[in-house]
Design a protein around this ligand. Structure first.
Ligand code: ADP
Ligand code: MG
Length: 230
């Protein structure tokens, strides 16, 4: 079976700057939960934007075995590091039901699925509140629920635990494991990665310097320190 995500020889630099991604290649197979771990400024968010075609990298990105095209993004659930205000309706439930209604799902089922997604991230009690009234961590969890609600074939999450407390991060890891969807998440939260990821890619200065099973990578304190992760 072809990988769900394939990046081949990606190079990217912001205007006139040094390359931020340098000949980066990796793939994610169906059912894998891959963590991209790296210190601040390593290029994790830039890579996410390149995978989504928002920044134009040199090299090749394939999604679901096909060369990148915007239409393929309908099959991807995305949470950006700083989710812009994607949630703007009078209630979280309405925000989450909207993409389902837009896909032709009837209102009642859309509401049901919206409630389920909010329950998964522990926001059931806030389903009638607007996103604007929530804390940053709660908004991030709502954005994660919004990424899950359409049951996408691929989840792409940039620093999903950055604003979460320990418990919410633990619940998120458990939720992602239980969902079993192919997931690619950037993070420098080693505790979250240990719970969530089946495999890690270590990104330092725009290069993948190591990859392997999560336990294997996380058990080598000397290397973690040399990468700026401990
Ligand atoms: N819009 C931008 N313009 C110029 N440089 C940027 C921009 N965004 C990020 N960078 C630089 O690119 C590098 C990688 O950033 P980023 O992808 O955000 O890293 P990470 O997500 O791993 O913390 C950093 O050196 C950062 O300063
Ligand atoms: Mg980032």
């Amino acid at each position: 079976m072809r990988p769900v995500v394939e990046a081949r020889g990606l190079w990217f630099a912001f205007d006139g700057g040094e390359p931020v991604l340098r000949d980066l290649s990796f793939s994610v197979e169906r059912g894998e939960r891959v963590g991209i771990v790296g210190p601040n400024g390593a290029g994790k968010s830039t890579l996410v934007w390149c995978l989504l075609g928002l920044y134009k990298a040199r090299g090749e990105v394939r999604l679901f075995g096909e060369p990148f095209r915007r239409q393929l993004l309908a099959r991807v659930g995305v949470v950006f590091q700083n989710p812009e205000d994607m949630l703007f309706l009078p209630s979280l439930k309405a925000d989450l039901a909207l993409p389902l209604v837009n896909r032709g799902i009837d209102r009642q089922e859309a509401d049901e699925r919206a409630r389920e997604a909010l329950a998964r991230v522990g926001l059931s009690s806030l389903e009638d509140r607007p996103a604007s009234s929530l804390s940053l961590g709660q908004r991030k969890r709502a954005a994660i629920a919004a990424a899950l609600v359409t049951s996408p074939e691929l989840l792409l999450l940039d620093e999903p635990t950055a604003e979460l407390d320990g418990r919410a991060a633990r619940v998120l890891a458990a939720t992602l494991v239980e969902l079993g969807a192919t997931t690619l998440a950037t993070s420098h939260d080693l505790t979250f990665l240990d719970r969530f990821a089946t495999r890690l890619l270590v990104l330092v200065d725009g290069c993948i310097v190591a990859t392997g099973p999560t336990k294997e990578i996380l058990s080598d304190a000397g290397r973690l320190e040399s990468w700026g992760l401990l």
